[in-house]
Design a protein around this ligand. Structure first.
Ligand code: NAP
Ligand code: MG
Length: 393
């Protein structure tokens, strides 16, 4: 196989990372990776250079797989005696690749979604730039006039926002056409790849210029670049208001990609993952406009389990999303290089994982959600060994 970028991480997921490689990958594939240790101690030693190098490797190799990593806060700074409060590796890599994050739940017949009608996965695509995440905010102390001012090359433009008669609050948002365009392209390309409809929602009836621009950009790019390909695949694109979208999503059977603005995606992805059952069953892929891919689990480093593991206590951490990050990366590598064997292995690995769960063998978090009989709760290694048995069969 051609190489992929391998980004190791922290805590419980770092332990699982090695177990997955030892039990499910190295015996079956001639694994070829460029290894980057994004574990917090090594990020600290390298002044976070390793994260930038890893992002560069994903861009060069086109495919990467990432283990969950700690985003340090004050408490972690103390715990790891850090030299600085390093930025979130995910934010650094997202900025370097200018990517869009797609999150898709892994479905099995043993775990019933809270929404009974959902039989196929719903993928959330969240625009990861701008809006309130890059907002400027102000407390207004008392009476006065708030204005929106833009100083451009062609002169100045002003608009009154509000005349305050007393104290209040103020917020300024922005977004960029080029960022919205690459978000739209990433969504169209991803939906095409999955062969699923694309929905996009915003609130352009109220926000005629701001959300109206999002809607217009999506429509233009669809007409100019994707309509023909969508029609050939028999899939469709449609825009609807965010409140209508929420109602339709609940009534739907699933099986589509839902593109959302930054805040909507932040909120809705937590709703979707919980409603499908478990954060431990959610995969995440970052796709750049040039077609570079980084696969990971949507959950974090599972710190509570790690502290128990360090004390030698039994843990039952679910490795499924991390296995799917690997199978996603290997499958994509196989697809890009037309390497049928590698694609075949990736599909077989996913099938083996799902069959293991269908057969009732699962970690504690899933057993707690599972209504059927014949459930055997196992620890991480027990689960991986059961998957291995199916790979061997
Ligand atoms: P978390 O690691 O996702 O874990 C939160 C809780 O969810 C766990 O305590 C566990 O619940 C359950 N859980 C998550 N994944 C599971 C799995 N695979 N198997 C079984 N249960 C699972 O989130 P967190 O505790 O908020 O964050 C921990 C660290 O991860 C933080 O340092 C954060 O910065 C980092 N983080 C990294 C990423 C990333 O790299 N993509 C994303 C999010 C967070 P119970 O304890 O009840 O069993
Ligand atoms: Mg959120």
């Amino acid at each position: 196989m051609q190489p992929i970028a391998e980004l190791d991480g922290d805590e419980m997921t770092r332990v699982i990372w090695q177990q997955i490689k030892d039990l499910l990958l190295l015996p079956y594939v001639e694994l070829n990776t460029e290894y980057y240790d994004l574990g917090l101690p090594h990020r600290d030693e390298t002044g976070d250079q390793v994260t930038l190098d890893a992002a560069e490797a994903i861009r060069r190799l086109r495919v990467g797989v990432k283990c969950a990593t700690i985003t340090p806060n004050a408490q972690r700074m103390e715990e790891y005696k850090l030299h600085a409060l390093w930025k979130s590796p995910n934010a650094t890599i997202r900025a370097a690749l200018d990517g869009t994050v797609f999150r898709t739940p892994i479905l099995t017949s043993r775990i019933k979604p809270y929404v009974r009608g959902w039989t196929r996965p719903i993928t959330i695509a969240r625009h990861a730039y701008g809006d309130i995440y890059k907002a400027v905010e102000m407390k207004i102390p008392g009476p006065g006039t708030a204005e929106l001012v833009f100083r451009g090359e062609g002169g100045e433009e002003r608009q009154e926002i509000f005349r305050f008669r007393g104290p209040g609050i103020l917020q300024g948002l922005h977004n960029r056409d080029d960022s919205i365009e690459s978000f739209a392209r990433a969504c169209f390309a991803y939906a095409l790849g999955r062969g699923e409809d694309l929905w996009f929602s915003a609130k352009d009836t109220i926000s005629k210029t701001y959300d109206g621009t999002f809607r217009a950009i999506f429509q233009r790019i669809y007409e100019e670049e994707y309509r023909t390909a969508f029609e050939e695949k028999g899939i469709s694109y449609f825009y609807t208001l965010i409140d209508d979208a929420v109602a339709r999503v609940i009534r739907s059977e699933g099986g589509f990609v839902w593109a959302t603005k930054n805040y909507d995606g932040d909120v809705m992805s937590d709703m979707i993952s919980t409603a499908f059952g478990s954060l431990a069953m959610m995969t995440s892929v970052l796709v750049s406009p040039e077609g570079n891919y980084e696969f990971e689990a949507a959950h974090g480093t599972v710190t509570r389990h790690y502290y128990r593991y360090l004390k030698g206590e039994a843990t039952s951490t679910n490795p499924v999303a991390t296995i799917f990050a690997w199978s996603g990366a290997l499958g994509k590598r196989g697809e890009l290089d037309n390497n049928k064997e590698l694609r075949g292995f990736a599909a077989k690995l996913e099938r083996a994982v799902l069959d293991t769960i269908e057969a009732g063998v699962m970690t504690g978090d899933l057993a707690a959600l599972c209504s059927g009989e014949n459930v055997k709760t196992v620890d991480t290694e027990g689960f991986l060994l059961a998957v291995q048995k199916r790979l061997e069969a």
